[in-house]
Design a protein around this ligand. Structure first.
Ligand code: ZN
Length: 232
């Protein structure tokens, strides 16, 4: 199934068929139509928890677009890592900068495409600068090649999300420390297989998709952590 067909399928899901509570969030990163994507309420953003733990994060500011409805997921992931979470709109760099300066926030969760503008604000007005950045790239978006002052940070964990709050590709500590913008691990809870020349991605059951066609995925060697890498 390709992504357009998947969107049509999602729009037709009978929510009353779920036997346990689900959380609804937008299927698209922006605009209309407002197709809502159901995921089991117990689904967890495990790669975010892992990134926070491996970075030894002390506190996390979430600045993803409010439209994405990812705050409950990020809050739960931070709680699992025992890291306080502070949600802001991505346009609110001034408050984020004050929080970094006065409250010792060391980790920012933000869209890759918005991060440089926020970082420039930090660099202009603050002595402190976040140690860790968790950068979410929308599926289909180009990588941001010039990251400016963010490159002085210790770790840049990049994730590519298939839908808002649904990681397809994620990075470990080694990739984050290397500031690698192009090579990733498959997100936890997903599997990949090849059939009839197509590359198919499935959830292990907590998300409602099977055999989505994502032919752009390509093998990209082996990471220092020992796991295989993919590029997109
Ligand atoms: Zn790795």
């Amino acid at each position: 199934m390709d992504l357009n067909a998947f969107a049509q399928w999602v729009a037709a899901i009978d929510l009353s068929a779920f036997s346990e509570p689900v959380r609804l969030s937008p299927l698209f990163f922006e605009g209309e139509p407002p197709v809502l994507f159901p995921r089991l309420r117990r689904w967890a953003w495990r790669s975010l928890t892992a990134a926070l733990e491996s970075a030894g994060a002390s506190a996390c500011t979430g600045m993803l677009p409010l439209l994405w409805q990812t705050e409950p997921l990020a809050f739960a992931a931070c709680r699992a890592a025992r890291v306080p979470f502070f949600a802001l709109d991505e346009g609110n760099a001034a408050v984020a900068a004050r929080a970094v300066d006065t409250a010792g926030l060391d980790t920012i969760l933000i869209r890759e495409a918005s991060a440089v503008a926020v970082a420039n604000d930090f660099a202009e007005h603050n002595d402190r600068f976040p140690t860790n950045w968790i950068l979410v790239r929308e599926f289909g978006a180009a990588a941001v090649s010039e990251m400016g002052s963010i490159e002085t940070s210790q770790r840049l964990f990049r994730e590519i999300h298939l839908f808002p709050g649904v990681p397809l590709l994620v990075q470990c500590e080694a990739r984050a420390a290397a500031h690698d913008a192009s090579r990733f691990h498959l997100a936890p809870g997903l599997s990949i297989r090849h059939a009839n020349g197509a590359t198919l991605v499935s959830s292990d059951g907590d998300l409602p998709f099977t055999d989505l066609t994502i032919d752009e995925l390509a093998p990209a060697g082996t990471c220092e952590c020992g796991e295989s890498l993919l590029s997109l």
